[in-house]
Design a protein around this ligand. Structure first.
Ligand SMILES: [Zn+2]
Length: 388
């Protein structure tokens, strides 16, 4: 196969040479629908943005023009993005029901706001309900001209066969730890810090990069969680205040995030704070996205905190049973002295299990009361304290 020259935007997609090469070749004569398949953190969303930019840019993805910049930020007027508003993507009442399959499909045959192609994106496409998938299927079967559909999924096997068979699949395998660490090191971080951020982020490059760049974040989740666990080990009263500590840390996180999101909107507003005409659709979508992120923010914070807590006990089990020290997550700390508990592998393993159970409960959005889940977790942990 002949060497393909990657457009700048696609060259910037990290660690996915195969997918990048495939997309660069596809640009000359794009198919009408693709599935970008790969686990969280493998870069499929970056790939989608880059491909959209290359499709919308007059120079095929220069990375510098207005079209590129807007597409890379998912703010191009000719890009339409559908994503789950709740647990699933619903079919919707009619075309006026925003962020539903009917709303999305109804826009497929409209002339785009600006001359050129349209790019229609479905995030977390495996969460399309059956009826919603049927509506989408009809559009993909009779594709509108100059429109490219990009479906993203971490669980492509959950897509209906009828949709999947009408799309070309681009696969984004997980990034290796060495790749993530190497990337952070070239970006100027020390090796140990890069590896710590990578492991705390579970190999997700975007999250690892944010953690490595921000001392407060790198430390915050772990420290809040560890402080709470220590409180819990002082007994039942400590356990209840531990739940309180983490809940209020989560509230503060939500408030900070709210401020950041407000700033995000500024470039698209006029001096009276109203959206500028060409960006009305974009601003509405951003506002909806912000609402959803804020709604999830507290649970997200709690999940990260509990994940780092689980990592401590996992490390403790590993170290106390003579496991490979190279596999420790919290590389910068001595887990034998940092981890609360009596230091036996069995109590560390039980604590780890309790934390994972609480994470599963938190992930179930029908469990409305996060605070209760934390109280139960810390009360159980308080029972693991050494008898003195
Ligand atoms: Zn460009």
């Amino acid at each position: 196969m002949s060497e393909v020259v990657l457009p700048p935007v696609i060259r910037d997609v990290p660690g996915q040479e195969q997918a990048a090469g495939f997309l660069a070749r596809a640009l000359a004569n794009p198919y009408h629908a693709y599935v970008f398949a790969g686990p969280e953190g493998s870069g499929k969303r970056l790939g989608m943005r880059a491909f959209a930019a290359a499709l919308l840019c007059a120079r095929g993805g220069c990375g510098e023009c207005r079209d590129c910049r807007l597409a890379l930020g998912e703010r191009h007027p000719n890009m339409l993005v559908l994503e789950p508003g709740g647990p699933d993507i619903l079919v919707g009442k009619d075309a006026g029901d925003p962020n539903t399959a009917r709303w999305f499909a109804s826009r497929a045959y409209l002339t785009p706001p600006e001359p050129g192609r349209k790019v229609m994106v479905v995030l977390q496409a495996d969460r399309l309900r059956v009826e919603a998938a049927d509506v989408l299927l009809k559009v993909i079967e009779e594709p509108p001209t100059d429109t490219v559909f990009l479906l993203l999924s971490a669980r492509p096997d959950d897509l209906t066969d009828t949709i999947r068979s009408r799309c070309q699949e681009v696969s984004f395998p997980p990034l290796s730890e060495e790749f993530v660490v190497g990337t952070l090191v070239t970006e100027g971080h020390g090796e140990q810090r890069a590896r710590l951020a990578c492991r705390l982020a579970g190999g997700n490059l975007g999250r690892a990069r944010r953690l490595a760049a921000d001392d407060r974040q790198l430390a915050a989740f772990r420290e809040d969680a560890l402080a709470a666990a220590r409180q819990a080990f002082q007994g039942p009263a400590g356990a209840l205040s531990a739940a309180e500590t983490l809940t209020s840390a989560a509230k503060q996180f939500r408030a900070r995030l709210g401020e950041e999101l407000e700033e995000d909107l500024q470039p698209f507003l006029d001096e009276r704070g109203r959206p500028e005409e060409p960006f009305r659709g974009v601003v509405r979508r951003l506002e909806e996205q912000h609402e959803r992120r804020l709604r999830r923010a507290e649970r997200e914070f709690l999940d990260w905190s509990l994940l780092s807590l689980a990592a401590y006990w996992r490390d403790a089990v590993l170290v106390s049973t003579g496991g490979d020290p190279g596999l420790v997550i919290n590389l910068d700390q001595d887990v034998r002295t940092e981890v609360p508990g009596d230091g036996t592998p069995s109590s560390a393993a039980r604590a780890w299990g309790e934390v994972e159970e609480a994470r599963a409960d938190l992930a179930d959005e029908t469990n409305l009361n996060a605070r209760l889940i934390l109280e139960r977790l810390f009360l159980r942990l308080s029972e693991l304290r050494p008898v003195s």
